[in-house]
Design a protein around this ligand. Structure first.
Ligand code: SF4
Ligand SMILES: [Zn+2]
Length: 241
């Protein structure tokens, strides 16, 4: 036996769902033309225009071999492979299948070199199904982002510019274990030049759609970069928050 307030809550919930259904149906009868806000060069999409990737399972998807990727990364760092192959080739990419087995959602894949891999994506298939069902669809296609989103087959194509994170250096005066960046532990220093920092800030501020763009400088320890203060100053000049 539930408390009376629970029945009232349920009644309100059913009434709200019904009201939303009526409003949504009426709203679709005479659609106004698409609206282009000043922070975008392209019109916003109606909800029914938003594309969705294939969802549900079993389904095939793109994935990465967890052994090929670090091997290629190491070869690039050792100078045995040019970093440009990350733009021109699908390094480490393999197909995977998302399946349900024994009450779990699994990703299974086979690399021709390294064999079979199996990972648990979810231990609650019903909840995962619900999450996929309420996915509203992809956001507006990103534009003015030719220099910013240029990462080969991993390039981001949709979404709004909101937060830019720039790792100024992988140096750090601490040595935490674990460190989210492996700062001080990879055996080499990776530190952005002023030209690289400026290019990142210049390119990112041009992305559309963009309402307000925050920047955060990270690392390593960002204050160890000789350009830390210059980067903050320049970001403020460009209009970052
Ligand atoms: S970057 Fe952060 S987590 Fe890593 S060693 Fe420095 S303080 Fe620790
Ligand atoms: Zn592999």
């Amino acid at each position: 036996m539930y408390r009376p307030v629970k029945y009232v809550e349920k009644l309100l919930s059913v009434a709200a769902n019904g009201a939303w259904y009526v409003f949504d149906t009426l709203n679709q009868i005479k659609q106004s033309p698409p609206f282009t806000p000043k922070w975008s060069d392209k019109p916003l999409q109606k909800s029914y225009e938003k594309p969705k990737p294939p969802l549900g399972w079993p389904r095939e998807t793109d994935s990465l071999c967890p052994k090929c990727v670090p091997e290629v990364r190491r070869k690039i760092l050792e100078g045995k492979l040019p970093y440009e192959i990350l733009l021109t080739e699908k390094v480490g990419e393999i197909k995977a299948w998302i399946i349900e087995r024994d009450g779990k959602i699994l990703m299974v894949k086979r690399c021709p070199i390294h064999g079979y891999f199996e990972d648990v994506l979810s231990i609650d298939p019903e909840f995962t199904r619900h999450i996929e069902q309420v996915f509203p669809g992809r956001d507006i296609r990103a534009h003015n982002d030719r220099h910013l989103h240029n990462h080969g087959s991993s390039t981001i194509t949709h979404g709004r510019g909101a937060v830019l994170t720039i790792d100024l250096t992988n140096r750090c005066n601490m040595m935490c274990d674990p460190c989210f960046m492996d700062a001080n532990q990879v055996g080499f220093v990776h530190e952005l030049s002023w030209e690289e920092i400026k290019a990142l800030l210049d390119h990112a501020i041009q992305i559309k759609p963009r309402r307000q763009l925050s920047v955060q400088f990270s690392g390593g320890e960002p204050t160890l970069s000789p350009y830390f203060l210059d980067a903050i100053r320049y970001a403020r000049e460009l209009g970052y928050h």
